[in-house]
Design a protein around this ligand. Sequence first.
Ligand SMILES: [Ca+2]
Ligand SMILES: [Ca+2]
Length: 129
Amino acid sequence: MINKHTHRPAALLAATLLAIGTAVTTSAAAQAASCPSGQFCAWTDSNFGGQRTNWSGDDHDWEDPIQDNDSSWANHGISGPGIKDHVQVYENPGLVGIGTVCLDPGQEIATPSGWANDSGDSHTWKMDC
Ligand SMILES: [Ca+2]
Ligand SMILES: [Ca+2]
């Protein structure tokens, strides 16, 4: 005769594993950057959070809220032969000073390395990084 109680722990374990799997999937999906096709996007917070600014072209003088407050980036520019599809960000207006981050086509940076955080003031599309 089967004792019903012996089946409970197995059922509970299966339910727990299922819950963990669902949580991992949800977390990974939340990390994808929401940035229009053909544009370069920067966010005031890491993980593509806070306020987003997006550009289709160059901007040599960033303004609030993104100026000196950029903490994650995504390059959703159109890629192809002879197209400037990389994005270089500079620490000062006018494409001057240290290049803080440079993104390949399709690249997304969710968390900044220390000195690149909150330092951008201009960017340009270019052929290479
Ligand atoms: Ca920031
Ligand atoms: Ca700066």
